[in-house]
Design a protein around this ligand. Structure first.
Ligand code: 26V
Length: 823
């Protein structure tokens, strides 16, 4: 065992300084006079890394020796953001590091600020995975995340002079990453292509030979829990060529060919696919998916073999959660390992597989449901296609027995969709290969059962399906991003237990009407508001009214999320203001509208929405008459670390998706937790948030999910009335008020002639009315502040700790296990 009092683990200020200086001089090999903020960050982070590695090692050794069950969270995305501040808080050493840095002549905030985000994800799905890993560690639940180590994470967004999004690469590994531990000796060989033969009668052991080998090299990212030694792991695989180059070819002078094969292998983990809720079916993406699940299962099975217990006990030691359908190939891959390599009988293998896996669905949008063409799967993974066919045959026979002669049902349920080409339906495979399928909010889970998999509900039974409403970690999304509010809460409640038991926030309701408390609460919001205004000034050169109501919509740009409706509403407000006398304008609550978010690079309409936001902000911000009453900011390059600045500053945040389209949303939870009120539709988790915080504390508007089909039909048949307010706004855009009007025609076209799929025109009036109610409510400040206190106080159930415990009890069948003091 490593001695606990080793120099690198001491936490007094002097020792911390010595540790940092040690890393400056040795690891960074820098002279003390040559230390800038980046070097200081790196040295401090390396000393934190030493602590993490120690805890990681103790944790893993303990879990292995105790032979505990482990959860494996398979997610192609982990949107971790920055690691330094988070690790300091979770390790409980932020204070001495703060003082230590001060002693060395550095300011903590500036040092924190030089760290690049770990942007290995697109949005909600990837950030959820990061929150869940934080919770598993905090709750002492043995868990590993498995993912890919992309050389380039989510692209950096730049806004050009015409207001367009431009994507630039994110070389996040440029400065060495202190949060990963390379495990070069644990590399795994992964095979593609080759020839396969099915087993006897379909179910016997088959073979898979020949083909191309690629190396998977693991990098481990320690995930510290809050004030616990448990440090779980995210293992991220990086692709390498098997031989760095072919020596024979190299000697013959064919340098290109020698390097080519290795380079091709490395492209597998070169870049994160920047789409969310849209599946393009690219071959490289399928390669990524198989590379990742094959390496991960290889790892898990290697550890399992060391236990020397029968394969039938595999599910007693391993639970694998599939984060969306991206890792669904793990199902045929584990079948292949069990049947072809371990000689397990097919039916028993299938039992093991189904007991091991469970699947979380994150979207009902049909364009996001993954399907892979049969010829592509056959070319890349011939043996897996045979296994999928065999699983399909078994299922269809069974369905035929239960519902004889129901061809339509068979066609709907088949894992293979007929057509040219035929397609493998990954969601159907994930459903039958798991013991539990869950959605991510109550409404969404209902739609998963009713609209997406009704046949499977009948076939597998109601209990196969469930709901686990998403949650967020209060460590990052309150304690870390909003220190002033966190301190006020701790001082008021007399304890910081809320950090690990968020229900404790309930104790704040007592103070909701207390004038002195309200004043302190409002002061925190004002300080956060000023921090955001400073940021806006620094990045956009825009001076804004520092007492304006801050209205925020930050998330990926997508038509279903309706940022378009928001900006149309901003234009409406502008037109109203222009019609008013200066005195009347002064009486209105001033507004600052904040937008941020990335569009998928190939998503033309989403990019036009960004351009329109920027065009509108240019006109409005330049209008001297309006400046005090309304300004608009589109902040470029939305990221986890930018969210940490924006969320605590918001008064109102918008979650205004067409009813039934947003699976859950998680930023809605973060905003409410930080004393912001929601303006939203009855969609995703908004509904449950309102149940928790009280309807009187949420601004709801718009049609509800059951209305949607008939409204869409009305558009289809041209039976719609457009409100005058909407037409007025459209005319304003067409008049050139926001620059070259023609540019926006394709976007405006989505409102008319049967194309308003997301029902902007149907909800617009109701949206404007809700905005008016926001203005009116804000005037009564004591009542407003009371609302915000009450909503923070009642957000306990949206902790990722609650969600993870629910997964642990209902799906994973695993219990927390504390690491003993003397381990
Ligand atoms: C699909 C695809 C298709 C292929 C290209 C890459 C890619 C990447 C991600 C996805 C699935 C996206 C689904 C998703 O992100 N859903 C979001 O999940 C959040 C966490 O549950 C939830 O809060 C959001 O409402 C939901 O949109």
């Amino acid at each position: 065992a490593i001695a606990k009092n080793a120099e690198s683990l001491k936490t007094d200020v002097d020792s911390i300084n010595a540790q940092i200086v040690h890393h400056v001089e040795t690891t960074l090999a820098r002279a003390a006079f040559n230390v800038d903020e980046m070097a200081m960050y790196q040295a401090a982070a390396l000393s934190v890394r030493d602590r993490l590695i120690h805890n990681w090692d103790v944790t893993q050794t303990f879990h292995t020796q105790a032979r505990t069950k482990r959860v494996y969270y398979f997610s192609l995305e982990y949107l971790l953001g920055r690691g330094y501040d988070n690790a300091l808080l979770n390790l409980g050493v932020r204070q001495p590091y703060n003082e230590g840095l001060k002693g060395l002549g550095f300011n903590m905030e500036d040092v924190i600020d030089v760290e690049r985000d770990m942007g290995l994800g697109n949005g909600g799905l990837g950030r959820l995975a990061a929150c869940y890993l934080d919770s598993t560690s905090t709750l002492d639940i043995p868990c590993w995340g498995y993912t890919l180590r992309y050389s380039q994470g989510i692209f950096k967004q730049i806004i050009d002079s015409s207001g367009n999004q431009v994507e630039v690469p994110d070389p996040w590994l440029e400065n060495q990453n202190p949060w990963e531990i390379p495990r070069l000796d644990n590399a795994v060989e992964i095979k593609f292509h080759g020839e396969a033969t099915p087993g006897e009668g379909g179910k016997g052991p088959g073979t898979w030979t020949g083909g191309l080998d690629v190396l998977a090299v693991p990098y481990d990212i320690p995930v510290p829990g809050y004030k616990t030694q448990t440090t779980n792991n995210i293992r991220a695989w990086s692709a390498r060529g098997k031989v760095s180059f072919d020596l024979a070819k190299f000697n013959a002078g064919d340098y290109d060919a020698a390097v080519r094969e290795a380079e091709e292998a490395e492209t597998i983990t070169r870049v994160l696919y920047p789409n969310e809720n849209f599946d393009k079916g690219k071959a490289l993406r399928l390669k990524q998916q198989y590379f990742w699940v094959a390496a991960s299962l290889h790892d898990i099975c290697r550890r399992f073999r060391k236990l020397r217990v029968p394969w039938s006990e595999f599910p007693d030691y391993n639970a694998i959660q599939l984060n969306d359908t991206h890792p669904t190939l793990a199902i045929p891959e584990l079948m292949r390992i069990l049947v072809d390599e371990e000689g397990q009988p097919w039916d028993e293998a299938w039992e093991i597989v189904r007991r091991t896996f469970s699947y979380t669905n994150h979207t009902v949008l049909s364009e996001a449901l993954e399907k892979w063409s049969v010829p592509l799967v056959e070319w890349l993974l011939p043996r897996h296609l045979q296994i999928i066919y065999e699983i399909n045959l078994d299922m269809l026979k069974d369905v035929e027995k239960k519902w004889p002669n129901d061809r339509a049902r068979l066609a709907r349920m088949s894992l293979i969709e007929e057509g040219y080409p035929k397609m493998v339906r990954m969601a159907n495979l994930a459903v039958v290969g798991s013991h539990r399928v869950n959605g991510v909010a109550a409404l969404h889970s209902h739609l998963v059962q009713q609209d997406l998999f009704p046949d499977f509900v009948e076939y597998l039974g109601r209990d196969h399906f469930g709901n686990v409403t998403n949650g967020v970690t209060a460590r990052r999304w309150l304690l870390q991003c909003n220190p002033s509010l966190a301190k006020l809460i701790t001082d008021t409640l007399g304890s910081d237990e809320w950090v690990v038991n968020l229900d404790k926030l309930e104790g704040l309701t007592k103070y909701a009407k207390d004038k002195a408390f309200q004043k302190k609460w409002a002061a925190c919001k004002q300080a956060n508001r000023e921090r955001l205004c400073d940021y806006i000034e620094a990045t956009l050169g825009l001076t804004v009214n520092r007492h304006a109501l801050i209205d925020v919509q930050v998330k990926r740009i997508h038509e279903y999320k309706r940022q378009f409706m928001n900006i149309l509403g901003v234009i409406f407000r502008y037109l109203q203001l222009k019609k008013m006398s200066p005195a009347d304008r002064k009486r209105l609550v001033p507004r600052l509208s904040v937008f941020a978010g990335k569009a998928a690079p190939g998503y033309y309409i989403a990019k036009l929405i960004i351009r329109l936001c920027n065009a509108v902000s240019k006109t409005i911000n330049a209008d001297k008459d309006i400046r005090e009453s309304l300004s608009v900011a589109f902040l470029p390059d939305y990221s986890v670390s930018l969210a940490e600045i924006i969320i605590p500053a918001s008064d109102i945040s918008e979650h205004i998706s067409t009813a039934g389209t947003e699976a859950s949303g998680t930023s809605n939870m973060k905003f409410a937790l930080n004393g912001g009120l929601l303006l939203g539709t009855l969609d995703g988790a908004n509904i449950e948030i309102a149940e928790a915080v009280g309807d009187e504390n949420v601004f709801f508007f718009g049609h509800v999910t059951p209305d949607v089909p008939k409204l869409r039909r009305a558009h289809h048949f041209g039976e719609v009335q457009y409100p005058a307010e909407l037409l007025e706004v459209v005319d304003a855009i067409r008049s050139g008020m926001f620059g070259e009007a023609g540019v926006f025609e394709p976007l405006l076209g989505t409102l008319f002639e049967g194309k308003d799929h997301y029902l902007v025109s149907d909800d617009f009036l109701s949206y404007l009315q809700a905005q008016k109610m926001v203005d009116e409510a804000y005037v009564d400040q004591p009542s407003w502040v009371e609302k915000t206190i009450n909503s923070t106080a009642r957000m306990g159930r949206f902790a990722s700790d609650r969600a993870v415990l629910q997964y642990a009890e209902e799906i994973w069948n695993i219990e927390p296990i504390k690491i003993p003091q003397d381990a």
